[in-house]
Each structure stands twice: as C-alpha cells, then as structure tokens.
Design a binder for this molecule. Structure first.
Ligand SMILES: C[S@@+](CC[C@H](N)C(=O)[O-])C[C@H]1O[C@@H](n2cnc3c(N)ncnc32)[C@H](O)[C@@H]1O
Length: 324
C-alpha cells in the first residue's frame, strides 16, 4: 500500500502537467509536484512515464549506516539487485533527453568495491547513455579516516578516499528535448567551472550559508545568496549522509531549465528538494523513513526567501542584448 504523507501535498500539487516540448508537441505528464512521498522508490507509482527532466540522487551506502528504516548492510548482489529496481523506475520516469546524476562513494574496503563502476554498468545496461563522471573533491570537509593500514610502512598502506563520484547519464537523446522553458539561470562563469570534470566542495558552504553555490555570482552576489532561516541546522540536518547543498544546486542549474521537474528517489533530508526550490524548479521525492521525510519538510519550510532566479535571468537577457 502506498503511504504518501498527505500533509506534504500542496493543494495544487496534483495536477495534469502540460508540457510543450521543444519539438512543438504537447504532452501531458501526470506528476504530483513539490511532493515528498514517504514511501519505497522501487515503486514510484505517482510519477508518470517520461515526466521528469532530472534525477539527482545518492543511494544508501550499504556500509551499515544507521538509517531509520533502511537495512544498510546487504550483500553486494542483493544491494545491486535492490538498486537496479530503483534505476528501472528512474529510467521509466525520465523524459526523452532527461538526465540522471548518481552520487556515490566507494566506501567498501577489503576488498575495495568500485561501486561507481557497478552502478554505471547497471545504468548503461538499462539503455542510458553515459555523459561523464564528475570527481567531487571533498577537500577539507572529507573527514579523512585515520585507518592507515600500516602507517609509514610499505607492508599494507591503505588508501583513504577524499573524493566521491557523480555519474551523469541521458535517456535516449543527448539533448534535453522536453523542457518547460529555455532558461536555466546558470551564469557563464558557473558554466565554465561546472563543465569541468573535477568539482571542489566549497568550504564556505559548510561553514556559512551566506556563501554557497552563488559564489560565482560576481555581479550581484548579495541579492542572489540563498537565505536559510534555520541557519546551520538547514545545512547540517540530522541525517547520517546528507550531500552538500552545492551538489544538487550545480546539477540542477547545469542540466535543467526553470519549472522543470527534479526527482530524488532517495530523498533523505531533502537536499535535492531544497536545491530545486531555490532554483525555481519543481521537486518530487521518495524517502522510506518518516523521520527523514519530516526533516526534509522542516528544511523546506525554513527556506523563507529563495533566491530570485528572475534576477539571474534578467542579467542574462541584458548581457545577450548587450552582445548584439
Ligand atoms: C545516502 S541517503 C540520501 C541522503 C540525501 N541525499 C540527503 O542529502 O539527505 C539514502 C537515503 O535513502 C533512503 N532509502 C533507503 N531505501 C529506500 C527506498 N527503498 N525508498 C526510498 N528511500 C530509501 C534512506 O532512508 C536514506 O535516507
């Protein structure tokens, strides 16, 4: 039985969503917008085929993390089989040209398991086209392990990862064909930086919500700064493995346009939804734990003044006119 928390449904959430695709045809995608379903993403019944422009997600790590609901210590085969069911659903709900970005860390040791490779194989086998792989350099935020193996001796030194992966795939077409607008709001400098294959996690974002993804916003940084009234709590939710806000923010600005739909099948504390709201996109999410659903909802409610994407769009328009 489905178990969507009705309190999460905005009154206008259940809509038939008309979509004028880039090829001029009108499709009707049935999606409950701006909703987090407290439910199992292996069955995303509420999301219609071909309705989502971008999926941003980070699956459970399967290293015995203390998630409220999910059993995080399956055997590798069982874990991959579980993920594959979710990826099939993701493939189904993506529109033509829609993208999926999967953030994963290779946390298994003895032996080291290249989870990024296994997951890439799964998605390619489902017919998705791999666009590339981003190395997320966690820098000072890495919380580097002190499990050296053998310290300063050659007998058995252990590699300690300070990076994660973000793998990006497209469905059927390299181009995003079925999009809601032609405006993403990305700045030129951001585009230059974020099309590089190594991303650095800005320490600023961790220490101070006043400086975040918008650091590249050279012209009017202040007016663009996301403000979270919950302060540090909004950035440091009570979840064992939230990803940094910058990760979904960058992906959303790079791969979608305003009003597009962004889905996270493992929503956790709602970071993807928060990023979507900040960038004037719609979000849909699934999270099995009611506790994390509540945290996500609190974080979304605390986002009092989402940055005004129109200002970015306006600046872009002016700069285009200036270039004519
Ligand atoms: C790595 S965490 C995601 C963290 C998230 N990116 C954030 O910023 O908070 C994975 C999440 O998947 C959830 N989960 C595990 N199995 C699930 C399932 N079958 N359906 C939906 N969510 C699930 C876990 O409860 C956990 O919160």
């Amino acid at each position: 039985m489905k178990n969507a928390i009705s309190g999460f449904l905005h009154p206008s959430a259940l809509i038939l969503h008309p979509l004028l695709c880039a090829r001029g045809c009108v499709t009707i995608a049935h999606v409950e917008l701006d909703t987090i379903h407290c439910d199992d993403s292996r069955y995303m019944r509420e999301v219609d085929d071909g309705s989502v422009q971008l999926i941003v997600t980070s699956p459970p790590y399967n290293v015995g993390k203390d998630y409220a609901q999910h059993h995080d210590a399956m055997g590798l085969e069982e874990y991959l089989a579980f993920l594959n069911v979710v990826w099939k659903e993701c493939q189904r709900v993506l529109c033509r040209g829609g993208r999926i970005a999967v953030n994963v860390a290779n946390t298994w040791r003895k032996p080291y398991i290249p989870l990024n490779g296994y997951i890439a194989r799964q998605l390619i086998d489902l017919g998705l086209q791999m666009r590339g792989e981003i190395i997320w350099d966690k820098g000072p935020s890495a919380g580097i392990s002190t499990a050296w193996g053998s310290f300063a001796r050659a007998s058995n030194p252990t590699l300690r990862d300070v990076h994660e992966y973000i793998m990006v795939f497209s469905k059927e077409s390299w181009k995003l064909e079925e999009t809601h607008s032609g405006e993403s709001g990305i700045e030129n400098l951001e585009f230059v930086e974020w099309t590089k294959s190594v991303w650095r996690s800005p320490q600023e974002e961790i220490e101070d919500s006043q400086r975040s993804v918008w650091q590249f916003d050279t012209q009017s940084r202040r007016s663009q700064t996301p403000r979270l009234s919950a302060g540090r709590n909004a950035h440091s939710p009570a979840h064992p493995t939230p990803f940094p806000l910058d990760l979904p923010l960058r992906l959303i600005l790079l791969y979608t346009n305003v009003d597009d739909i962004v889905l996270d099948p493992f929503m956790g504390s709602g970071t993807t939804a928060l990023a979507a709201k900040m960038t004037q996109r719609h979000y849909v999410g699934y999270e099995i734990s009611r506790e994390y659903c509540d945290i996500a909802q609190q974080r979304l409610a605390a986002l009092e003044h989402p940055p005004v994407i129109e200002e970015r769009l306006e600046r872009k328009k002016k700069s285009r006119q200036g270039n004519k």
